[in-house]
Design a protein around this ligand. Structure first.
Ligand SMILES: Cc1cc2nc3c(=O)[nH]c(=O)nc-3n(C[C@H](O)[C@H](O)[C@H](O)COP(=O)(O)OP(=O)(O)OC[C@H]3O[C@@H](n4cnc5c(N)ncnc54)[C@H](O)[C@@H]3O)c2cc1C
Length: 687
């Protein structure tokens, strides 16, 4: 088939233009050749297992999908144990499986919460059982009536001193736990957030390990009503049995309350944690993991889009970007249209920036946990706020990016077989879970408001990533500060870019601080009036650190003193610098009003910025296929007819359509029942 071979030829030809070593770039992204090799090994491990085959996924209903999800979960657990895989390898297995399975919250939340909030004895008791999957856990916080507002959860855990137990109770209908991944069918235990009550006094939400189902026959224990909440939006999460549970004065032993920080004695004496936010560690972990996941998702979406748009041809536009010299008479590859490039290439750059952000965020988390283990809480507030801001921003851009990649692919983009539909359905709730993206931004805003105050009182105590608040200390000088760019090339200086982002953050944080103070402070009833500004400064901060971390990671990769696995060749560095520039400048361009409303940018600067973004986009064109190849997503993972590595998009799309069960019959079901009676209603017709 001539058309098909042209598809392949087009992608192969695009690859020949790559002017950097793809292996080198892949190593940079994953932190060295050993990591790349291990990731490939794990993905291959999953790809070889028939239970993880994705071919019939589009036709599974929720009930069948959950059953499959359970089968996949148990195999996943077995593989983890057989190969003694660590957390990173487990995360790669989950990446390779590419679906949300009932068991994920066991490793993703149940174990981390016990590890971070359990006492040593509790860890010793529960973790070995959990690691051997002798118990399966989930994380039950959200209720029918409340999610974001933890303080208003209605499930209670009341201390019964006579029997040394907690009585877990869903005090109202709206106290039912809801949305809990793993609760619907698979879990035997849950860590449950419930209000701790002793002698009528409410001590707020605490965490309890609650047995849900019998370890003998998996039946729910008396006193617990538990089930699945039903199918979810866009057909997403359909292998996951997000569940509900209602507790009717259900008893558990006192020692099932996780007591690393808060404690309750046999006598019912409550000891509060030494620091209110000590229990945040597990949340920071989940959010940090999400940043990395977003890098993987957006890089997959851009891989699929870039490859398909390279082989897709529409119109015969006589432009210098055409390949008429090698392919005379063919239409223009749609990836050559500046409008397509302008939509797609900044997302490739964003994916690279997300990889860098994921790495730094994870390092910050590890640093935090190391500190906490020796009682040092110095970085807790900063890491918590940063992970909140980044979770909100990164999940927002990744979900929007996946959808943009679908639109970029035109009509075929809407086919399930792009591999994007399933991904979008999986990625989009990340904007809501682990903290709603709008609510979460208040964490970073609150943190920055404190930093503004610290800057005014003890400037040397401001933490490194919010040092920009110092810029606005001298109000008069700051009001008159102007961007230093005088010619288009100035935009390419990382220092200029960082100064621009710092100025914006400093202004937004200071303005918010002044507004909040004028309205009575953070604890005043007017706090919610500042929601919009909180979102704005939080995303501005996230953009700033993402730009900064990407720049830093390239500087490290270029530095001869950096460990070898984190270095990259000069050719790779050159294209990375272009990506970093594109990422920074495109982010500025997308938020231009923030940089102009205080006259920091002048009109000429806005124009030269746009010109520079356009030039950078065009400069990526020949490297786009190589850049997405470097993400190293194998065909099994992409599961995409349009984005497979050989470029054979039309043939694969055709082949996939032939697997549609409807096509097994020449005459469709429903003909005799519905179509024939309609056609024959007015008698036989001979044409
Ligand atoms: C796929 C999926 C899986 C999940 N898995 C789990 C799980 O395993 N365990 C678990 O415990 N939970 C789980 N959840 C629940 C999830 O964590 C919550 O739904 C999430 O935290 C949002 O809370 P909410 O539903 O109360 O939203 P709400 O807070 O009710 O949000 C509704 C709207 O109000 C806005 N809003 C709320 N408060 C404010 C405010 N103060 N200022 C401004 N705007 C505000 C929000 O932005 C949103 O637009 C899951 C949810 C989903 C979708």
């Amino acid at each position: 088939m001539a058309q098909t071979s042209q598809n392949k030829k087009d992608l192969a030809q695009a690859r020949t233009k790559t002017n950097f070593d793809i292996t080198d770039m892949t190593n940079y992204l994953y932190g060295g050749a050993a990591n790349v090799e291990q990731r490939r090994y794990i993905i291959d491990l999953i790809a070889r297992e028939p239970i993880f085959n994705k071919d019939d996924w589009p036709w599974l209903n929720h009930t069948d999908a959950v059953k499959r999800g359970i089968a996949m979960s148990t195999r996943l657990a077995e593989i983890k144990m057989e190969h003694e895989l660590n957390d990173l390898d487990f995360a790669t297995m989950v990446e390779a499986i590419d679906d949300t399975l009932p068991i994920l919250l066991h490793n993703g939340a149940f174990i981390p919460v016990i590890n971070s909030q359990g006492s040593d004895e509790q860890i010793e008791k529960w973790i070995p059982l959990a690691e051997k999957y002798q118990i399966i856990g989930c994380y039950a916080q959200t209720e029918l009536g409340h999610g974001s507002n933890l303080s208003q959860l209605e499930t209670t855990a009341t201390f019964v001193q006579e029997t040394d137990e907690w009585e877990i109770n869903s005090t109202t209908f709206t106290a039912a736990k809801w949305w809990i991944g793993g609760l619907g069918a698979i879990c035997t235990h849950a860590v449950v957030q419930a209000k701790l009550i002793i002698a009528g006094k409410d001590y707020g939400a605490h965490v309890f390990v609650v047995p849900i189902r019998s370890l003998d026959n998996h039946k729910p224990f008396p006193g617990i009503q538990v089930g699945d909440i039903g199918p979810k939006a866009y057909g997403g999460f359909n292998k996951m049995e997000n569940g509900f549970a209602r507790f009717n004065k259900y008893r558990i032993p006192r020692e099932n309350m996780l007591m690393r920080f808060s404690k309750v004695s046999r006598e019912g004496v409550y000891t509060k944690p030494p620091h209110a936010k000590l229990s945040y560690g597990s949340m920071v972990l989940l959010r940090s993991v999400l940043i990395r996941q977003m890098a993987l998702y957006l890089s997959r979406a851009t891989t699929i889009s870039t490859r398909y748009l390279t082989v897709r041809r529409q119109f015969n536009n006589p432009t210098k970007r055409n390949d008429a010299d090698i392919n005379p008479g063919l239409e223009t590859q749609v990836i050559n249209y500046p409008m397509v490039q302008n939509r797609l290439f900044p997302m490739i750059a964003q994916s690279y920036a997300l990889f860098a952000a994921g790495t730094v965020m994870m390092e910050m988390y590890i640093g935090l946990m190391t500190g906490l283990s020796s009682g040092n809480i110095d970085t807790l507030a900063e890491v918590h706020a940063t992970s909140s801001a980044l979770k909100s921003y990164c999940t927002t851009i990744a979900a929007a990016g996946a959808e943009e990649c679908r639109k970029l692919m035109g009509g075929h983009g809407y086919s399930y077989f792009t591999g994007l539909a399933h991904m979008f359905a999986s990625i989009v709730p990340s904007n809501t879970y682990e903290g709603d993206n709008y609510v979460l931004t208040q964490q970073m805003a609150r943190y920055l408001l404190k930093e503004v105050k610290t800057a005014r009182t003890t400037p040397n105590k401001v933490t490194p990533y919010s040092k920009y608040v110092l810029l606005a200390l001298n109000k008069d000088e700051f009001t008159h500060a102007r961007c230093s760019v005088t010619k288009a090339e100035d935009w390419l200086s990382p220092d200029v870019q960082l100064a621009v982002f710092e100025h914006r953050c400093a202004r937004l944080a200071t303005e918010l601080s002044d507004d909040v103070d004028a309205a009575g402070g953070m604890e005043a009833t007017t706090w919610s009036d500042h929601n919009i500004e909180c979102y704005r400064i939080s995303h501005a901060h996230a953009q700033y650190v993402m730009v900064l971390w990407f720049i830093q990671s390239i500087r490290d990769a270029r530095n001869p003193e950096t460990e070898e696995e984190h270095r990259a060749s000069p050719e790779a560095i050159a294209i990375l610098e272009r990506l970093s520039n594109l990422h920074a400048l495109h982010t500025i361009q997308t938020n231009l009003a923030d940089f102009t409303e205080d006259a920091y940018f002048n009109p000429a600067q806005c124009q030269s910025l746009r010109a520079q973004v356009k030039a950078l986009v065009a400069s990526i064109a020949d490297q786009a296929v190589g850049l997405v190849d470097a993400f190293d997503h194998p065909d099994f993972l992409l599961a995409s007819a349009l984005g497979a590595s050989d470029g054979d998009a039309y043939q694969r799309l055709w082949d996939k359509a032939q697997t549609e069960p409807l096509n097994r019959r020449e005459v469709c079901d429903g003909y005799e029942e519905y179509i024939r009676p309609l056609l024959k209603k007015h008698g036989e017709l001979k044409l």
